[in-house]
Ligand binder design. Structure first.
Ligand SMILES: [Zn+2]
Length: 174
């Protein structure tokens, strides 16, 4: 089932998601994950956090390798992801977000991160990543803390976007 991806300035995007306990990994949660994956591939996007579909739980899905409709899927599911090590700063180019329509920007990010998480079988996962992959982890973990990538750009850029977005919403509402 496709889920609605919430869009800025929906206040739910600002919620800090709560940790998932092992006993919360139920059929219902697995179904949520399935739906999140379906929604991510449909949009399409390379990552989707539960916060973006209105569920304030520390969980996100991603697939960095998918190349489009007929491409092979290598979905990752991360529960309670946590950055345990970070190194150096660099600029991610042209970052975008399914919840922030019509805006792309360079964003300052950690160059390398080590992320620990659980999968649906509660196995411990660890990723040591750089570049685009590392930015994706940081972007999704930000979502779980109620942070959007527009919070990490200059105030001027953000203000311009917010103004443009408000105008757009006014137009849509007629
Ligand atoms: Zn996003």
């Amino acid at each position: 089932m496709l889920l609605e991806v919430l869009q800025f300035p929906d206040p739910c995007l600002r919620e800090k998601a709560s940790e998932i306990a092992p006993e919360e990994v139920t059929d219902e949660l697995r179904e949520l994950v399935e739906n999140m994956l379906e929604t991510m591939y449909d949009e399409p996007g390379i990552g989707l956090a539960a916060t973006q579909v209105g569920v304030a739980k520390r969980l996100f899905v991603m697939d960095m390798e998918w190349t489009g409709e007929d491409g092979e899927r290598s979905p990752r599911v991360l529960i309670n992801p946590e950055i345990v090590e970070r190194e150096a700063r660099e600029i991610s180019e042209e970052e975008g977000c399914l919840s922030v329509p019509d805006f792309k920007s360079d964003v300052e990010r950690d160059a390398r991160v080590v992320v620990r998480a659980r999968d649906l079988d509660w196995e411990l996962l660890e990723f040591d990543v750089t570049g685009l992959e590392s930015y994706c982890f940081q972007h999704e973990i930000d979502h779980l803390d109620g942070i959007l990538f527009i919070d990490r750009v200059s105030k001027l850029k953000r203000d311009l976007y917010v103004r443009r977005r408000k105008k757009q919403l006014r137009r849509e509402q007629g």
